[in-house]
Design a protein. Structure first.
Length: 161
């Protein structure tokens, strides 16, 4: 399922469990903080924390589950898709507001990742709740920027090769 990192890239010693770490990053209006990142370390004392498994970056992004209460509902219209509130089903407005959302993800290792995202959001004019827009496709510019800030956070001083 997941590819494990097993040896230190410097001395080739077998890696052991390290502590959980936190990472944060910001790009433009997007920022994120990721807590409880499990790591591996070299028992010989070589510097650096390793990702616990090679697919960890994908697992962080998967915390943005499309059915999350923090992500708007999308309905396809005749000419364009529209976004709706999950609470009252009113069409959302883009008021140029940056909001903070918290996601929790159970990791394969058994720990819980806490993923906090601050990003431009959509607002319900009725109940005033904010939502992240849903991803429209794999090249959605909003999610490309969000992936970039996530990537910056989890690759900073974490060895993943």
């Amino acid at each position: 399922m997941f590819n494990n990192l097993s040896t230190c890239r410097v001395c080739k010693s077998q890696l052991v469990d390290g502590g959980d770490v936190e990472r944060a990053a910001q790009l433009d209006k997007f920022s994120c903080e990721i807590r409880n990142i499990p790591t591996k370390i070299c028992p010989s004392g070589c510097l650096g924390n390793y990702w616990y498994w090679l697919d960890f970056g994908v697992e962080v992004f998967d915390a943005l589950e499309p059915k999350s209460t923090n992500i708007a509902k999308r309905k396809l219209g005749l000419f364009k898709s529209r976004n709706f509130c999950r609470t009252c089903s009113v069409e959302l407005q883009d008021l140029n507001i940056v909001s903070t959302f918290v996601f929790h993800k159970e990791l394969q290792k058994g720990s819980e990742l806490v993923f906090e995202v601050s990003a431009p959001s959509l607002t319900c004019p009725e109940c005033k709740v904010c939502f992240l827009p849903p991803q429209s496709d794999s090249g959605d510019p909003y999610y490309v920027q969000l992936v970039e800030v996530i990537q910056k956070a989890i690759t900073d001083n974490l060895i993943y090769e």
